[in-house]
Design a protein around this ligand. Structure first.
Ligand code: NDP
Length: 485
């Protein structure tokens, strides 16, 4: 019998599901059991061409609609997503393995927020009037054209919406390629947008591995590429986009610092460290994986952290009591286990976890290492799994320098009850998305994105509009034209 997660077809192009079984089969594996639940096929060159040509053509009429009309469609899609939240959350759990406890509140809901927010903004994307004496200049905020979105596997619904909603609000069309690991959810986003009234061809989804992404990025019909992925992929995609002088947004990886001063509320700081390391089993780009704890409270912090981490419930992700799910794939599990071994070998002190959980599926115990030093591999490389490194520090000046000593710059957090210090420290941290006495909040109203190797551009908020549109300026002369001859 066909599994309920099996989509109608692999791709969604020009307002309908499209299949082409000539492409490479991509098995969809449920991470909690290891069983294959669905199959999709990578896009063939013919499918890539069909998606791009349909999106290029459809964009012209879409951009001519008023912003209010476009916005109404996006807001209708948001309503449909909220109505179907349970069904979409179950699919997200099948796609990623993340527990339903999380997906019910963090995925389709976050996607719906983006559709609603950018739907609301669409009608107010205006230019400026700039007086020049009798003459004037006016500016027009125009769509870029055809945008490509390429997603990572940790938030397949959210990423499809975070890219699609601002792109469509500005009058662009989109071809979205999900990660081959999680191909299911973006198809539902396309289906819902279409049901909400998006014209055929405005939002298309095609499957495939890196080579399909590469074909999209290098196609001359494409005006913009928005990628969520790792730094090495980001460098490749950025370089390929530069060849065609295309706009880019790069949402890449991190190794973010979370700094806890000795005057912080310990339970809140422990909660922040748990949210910033163990949510989605640690598969979150903005995680605060280098937890710097001031020496005075170190042992107290570790004791409370170990106690609360022990409360994680590993189990069936479809059981709403489960609070901690598996790694997305066997491969990702093995990568993370490799880092855990490195942490042990390099002399970090294991506080809890440290091994695969004794159950089917790709589960790793939530793991905390203490006495981690700046040069250890687990403190330098992005692990993308449930492995927290606790480092200690003495002074504010020292911790700022050490926190910034990384190629990454996605996020940073500070816990302290001294608000002058909180702002002073955050002001000096080289990161795009920061938190004071909190960690990993990502409301659609706030800009999200990194500095340094963690990326360029911003998603969400009014900032995202700038990255999915361009400004035309028009000088209007009222009098005669003076010329030299
Ligand atoms: P990858 O970089 O491996 O892949 C990202 C996407 O790019 C996938 O769809 C992938 O396809 C595609 N891709 C790979 N190679 C190319 C290429 N040459 N040209 C075009 N597309 C290509 O990342 P993961 O999927 O493993 O996701 C984890 C990474 O994403 C982590 O580093 C994480 O930090 C980052 N991330 C960043 C976020 C942010 O907002 N800053 C949020 C979430 C994750 P395929 O995999 O199918 O081959």
């Amino acid at each position: 019998m066909t599994h309920p997660a099996q989509p109608k077809a692999s791709h969604f192009i020009n307002g309908e599901y499209v299949e082409d079984t000539a492409g490479t089969p991509i098995p969809v594996i449920y991470a909690a059991t290891g069983e294959q639940i669905a199959t999709v096929y990578a896009a063939t060159p013919a499918i890539v061409d069909q998606a791009l040509s349909t999106a290029k053509e459809a964009q012209k009429a879409w951009a001519k609609m008023t912003g209010t009309e476009r916005g109404r469609i996006l807001r209708r899609a948001a309503d449909i997503m909220r109505e179907r939240n349970h069904e979409l959350s179950v699919l997200e759990t099948y796609d990623t393995g993340k527990p339903l406890q999380e997906t019910l509140v963090a995925d389709a809901t976050s996607g719906a927020d983006a559709l609603e927010y950018f739907g609301g903004l669409a009608g107010s994307l205006t230019g400026e009037h700039i007086p020049m004496g009798e003459d004037w200049v006016y500016t027009v905020r125009e769509a870029l054209g055809l945008c490509v979105g390429i997603g990572a596997w940790n938030y397949p619904t959210q990423i499809a919406c975070w890219k699609g909603a601002p792109a469509l609000a500005c009058g662009n069309s989109m071809v979205f390629k999900p990660s081959e690991t999680t191909p299911l959810c973006a198809l539902k986003v396309a289906e819902i947008l279409h049901e909400a009234g998006a014209p055929a061809g405005i939002y298309n989804v095609i499957q495939g591995m890196g080579e399909v992404g590469g074909a999209l990025v290098t196609d001359p019909r494409v005006d913009k590429v928005s990628l969520t992925g790792s730094v090495p992929t980001g460098k490749k995609v950025y370089a390929a986009a530069a060849e065609g002088m295309k706009h880019v947004t790069m949402e890449l990886g991190g190794k973010s610092p979370l700094i806890i001063f000795d005057d912080a509320d310990i339970d809140n700081a422990v909660g922040g460290a748990i949210n910033g390391n163990f949510y989605s089993s640690g598969q979150v780009c903005s995680n605060g994986t280098r937890v710097f704890v001031q020496k005075g409270i170190k042992e107290k912090f570790l004791a409370r952290l170990a106690e609360r981490t022990g409360n994680a419930i590993l189990g069936d992700p479809m059981d709403e009591a489960t609070s901690f799910g598996p790694m997305v794939t066997e491969n990702q599990m093995n990568i993370v286990l490799g880092y855990i071994e490195k942490g042990k070998e390099e002399g970090a002190r294991l506080i809890c976890g440290g091994a695969r959980a004794d159950m089917p599926g790709y589960y790793i115990q939530p793991t905390v290492f203490a006495d981690v030093t700046d040069d250890m591999t687990i403190a330098r490389e992005e692990i993308f799994g449930p492995v927290m490194s606790v480092l200690d520090f003495d002074t504010e000046e020292e911790v700022i320098a050490r926190a910034n000593d990384t190629e990454f710059g996605l996020s940073a957090g500070v816990f302290t009850n001294d608000f002058s210090r909180a702002h002073r420290v955050i002001g000096q941290l080289e990161a795009g998305s920061c938190f004071i006495n909190s960690y990993n909040d990502a409301p659609v109203e706030a800009p999200f994105g990194g500095v340094k190797a963690s990326g360029v551009g911003r998603e969400n908020s009014k900032e995202a509009i700038k990255h999915f549109s361009q400004v035309k300026s028009v000088y209007v002369r009222m009098g005669d034209v003076e010329a030299a001859f």
